[in-house]
Ligand binder design. Sequence first.
Ligand SMILES: Cc1ncc(COP(=O)(O)O)c(C=O)c1O
Length: 410
Amino acid sequence: MDVAKIREDFPILKRTMCQKPLIYFDNSATTLKPQPVIDAVMNYYMYLGANAHRGDYEMSGQVDAHFEGARITAQKFINAKYPEEIVFTSGSSMGLNEIAIMVSKKYLSDGDVVLSCESEHASSVLPWRKSEKDIHVEYIPLDDEGKITMENFKKAIHDKVKVVCIAQVSNVLGFCAPVKEMAKYCHQHNILIVVDGAQSTPHIQIDVQDLDVDFFVMSAHKMCGPTGVGILYGKKKYLDELDPVFYGGESNARFDKCNILLKETPLKFESGTQPIEGVIGMKAAMDYISQIGQENIHQHEVELKQYFLSQVKDMENIQIYNSNAQSGIVTFNMFDHGKMIFSQDVASFLNTKGIAVRSGTHCAKLLPDVLHVNSTIRASFYFYNTKEEVDAFVSALKEVTLANCVDIFF
Ligand SMILES: Cc1ncc(COP(=O)(O)O)c(C=O)c1O
């Protein structure tokens, strides 16, 4: 993988932050966009222009071809069996909310349990907790490192568990859940499995048929695509049975004063004008990622992480919480004379060096119960990051003291 060449595809990498070259290590929050994605979005605005599925003229036909072409690309990207299993959404949160609403309404009863885990992102847990039905959310206990193990998972299953909803890769610790084995176990016990792929799809090859998950969501912006667009995958047999959350727009075939006839799956779930330029940009992002290859992407990120770990191993003022996670996420805190420095102060100090990281609880608000700290700093590497950037990061971390971090506010 020629990282120097790849970096030329990202115009934003030429900008500075705080008068320093930008070092972007906040890729779990969102990723930067390469020129082919920007061009695809621009092409919609500059050339295609029309709405999708509505017009009878050449230009609108071209939009339909791009829009439905993107669905086929998405189908292949996650290896869904049918293009109909791909529903466009605004992203993972919306997909997870829609699944929780539709599945609760159709398949769940008061008192049923949805099993999640303590490292989950709010978007996987809260939609079930706010269900119209009296659904109880229970949590798979994590092991000492913060991982889901099959042993703990099996122990957490009981008769009332009807759905398991977990992230394939945790956005805080970067551990990968044993999704394929979990899905097999779920199906042996008549349990549906919903997988949040927001943090896995950008980094590893996804094969929903091989994983045999019932529902899967992802966000384009976390894999070089536009914001405000993503995918909800569902097995066709379930999507055909479920009632959409939203009505109106082009999702109905016809209606009169008594009856509504919805379009077939997946269009019945796509009411209103869709983010057409986003869908087209997402297709370009999928093509771009596929061309680089998820294996290369994953290997490069893990190499950067290992390199980072080797460079900080003798530093006494850093505590890393996820050294063993096989991903490009490093979660840590900095200390001064044994006292933890507030993560946001460290992030603000790094900002003065042009380095973007995330600080806080990273939308996984239950995790402090496991890590026993209120907040952490997260550096998340992607394929356009370099060892030289890691060197600059380590040098900056070596300068971190409470006084230095607090000084920037004066
Ligand atoms: C694991 C996980 N799930 C869901 C989401 C929500 O994604 P989006 O903001 O694109 O809806 C995120 C975003 O940080 C995430 O990391």
